[in-house]
Design a protein around this ligand. Structure first.
Ligand SMILES: [Zn+2]
Length: 422
């Protein structure tokens, strides 16, 4: 059998570990055969010829997935004044104040830079939240559409169009969103906390999803007021419209402020309604608890608890170097490690779930076809120096190489120590 690529001596992501397991148990060695952009065989001692890569016992995973990422407002942290006081929570307003200055050229330059950094960190798929508020119009959407086509060799981009700064009573807002859906945007989103009629916005988003047959992805239940929750309404409408599996939301910080029994109840409700949650630890921890002077709430929901209750959850970067999150290097393993650190999760089972949240669980949120390591799946692959998923998360590992539909995207040389006399 002649193939386009054979990766030998690879280990695949191990199945979920029992909760009591202390040390990671790497899987057995196997070979992966790739032809015409797809995985055609996964077996040890694969009898085939073609260009070979020796994984040297390292983990080979499917490509990483950013399930919630704002490309259009990345890399603007240096354009707004610093907050004079950490107790002021005005990141949305400070971003909004400069959005009218975004030109197509400016957005394009920033999106290119961030996209390429994501690819170099092993990301092969991304859902990107695109703002179409009247102060920026469709400029961000136009750029994302252009670069979605241009970068298809490296990454699959799935735009989610939404209004960040309010919808109800905002002249031109609804028209912008509808224009994007008319042009084929596959996901419609929302941010009801910034709308003077948040419930009205939720209902309007679902109305548009029904009319255009698109998926739904909100920013929801950020904050700490557990007596004002939006996710129950979202679950209810999802079920009524038969959209189970096609609805997601990001943040969910309020769930972090509930007793564990209620967190488990929330997890069961999300599972029942088929609504996924993307936890966004970098943004949530930066903005959470700003009303508190000390003993600050960190506002990062423990997705592992919700997963144990049956829900589908993911971890994603959300923002890079902007007022919402003035940090970031586009490393999704760093985000997952940061999350585990904040919610105090460790060990092979917990960190194995974290790895699922940036791969298979994110694929489920985005409803990706042909994602994974089975024969027939697209050969979107990442090679790691580590032998197992636990170590990738625990050490914020950097990928050594990645392939998109069987074509290599990059190779990374790790630094080697130069010893005296060597
Ligand atoms: Zn977001």
């Amino acid at each position: 059998m002649q193939l386009d690529l054979i990766i030998r001596n690879a280990r695949l992501p191990e199945p979920p570990a029992p909760a009591s397991q202390i040390a990671p148990v790497p899987g057995p060695l196997t070979d992966i055969g790739v032809h015409e952009g797809r995985i055609v065989a996964v077996s040890p001692g694969l009898a085939a010829s073609g260009p070979e890569v020796d994984a040297r016992g390292g983990l080979v995973s499917p490509g990483l997935i950013e399930s919630h990422f704002h490309l259009d407002k990345a890399l603007i942290a240096d354009r707004v004044p610093l907050q004079p006081n950490r107790m002021i929570r005005d990141h949305m307003e400070r971003t909004a104040s400069i959005k009218h200055t975004f030109t197509p050229e400016d957005i394009e330059a920033r999106v290119r830079k961030v996209l390429e950094q994501c690819v170099l960190h092993g990301v092969t798929h991304m859902r990107t939240q695109v703002e179409v508020d009247p102060n920026v119009g469709l400029r961000g959407f136009d750029v994302v559409e252009k670069l979605r086509r241009e970068y298809a060799w490296a990454i699959d981009l799935q735009p989610c169009v939404f209004l960040q700064e309010g919808w109800t009573g905002v002249a031109g807002a609804d028209e912008n969103l509808v224009a994007c859906l008319e042009r084929g945007a596959p996901v419609v989103g929302g941010a009801p906390r910034y709308d003077r009629d948040g419930t009205g916005q939720i209902r309007r988003v679902f109305e548009l999803a029904g009319r255009y047959g698109v998926d739904v992805d909100f920013h929801l239940d950020g904050g700490y007021e557990v007596d004002q929750l939006d996710y129950p309404l979202v679950c209810e409408i999802t079920e009524r419209m038969g959209l189970q599996g096609r609805v997601a939301f990001g943040h969910g910080s309020k769930i972090a402020c509930m007793p564990v029994a209620q967190q488990l109840e929330a997890g069961r409700r999300l599972a029942q309604a088929g609504v996924s949650l993307a936890v966004l630890p970098a943004t949530d921890v930066f903005n959470g608890g700003r009303h508190m002077e000390h003993s600050v709430l960190r506002g990062v929901t423990d997705a592992n608890t919700l997963i144990e209750a049956g829900a589908n959850c993911t971890l994603s970067t959300n923002n890079v170097l902007n007022p919402f999150t003035p940090y970031g290097d586009c490393s999704l393993t760093r985000i997952a490690c940061e999350y585990a650190h904040i919610v105090q999760r460790n060990g092979p089972r917990d960190l194995g779930l974290c790895f699922e949240m940036i791969t298979t669980r994110a694929a489920k949120l985005m409803r990706l076809d042909g994602y994974g390591l089975a024969p027939g799946c697209a050969a979107d692959l990442v090679l790691w120096g580590e032998t197992n998923t636990h170590d990738v998360i625990a050490t914020c590992a950097l990928p050594l190489a990645a392939w998109k539909r069987g074509r290599r995207l990059f190779r990374r040389e790790l630094p080697a120590l130069e010893r005296p006399g060597a």
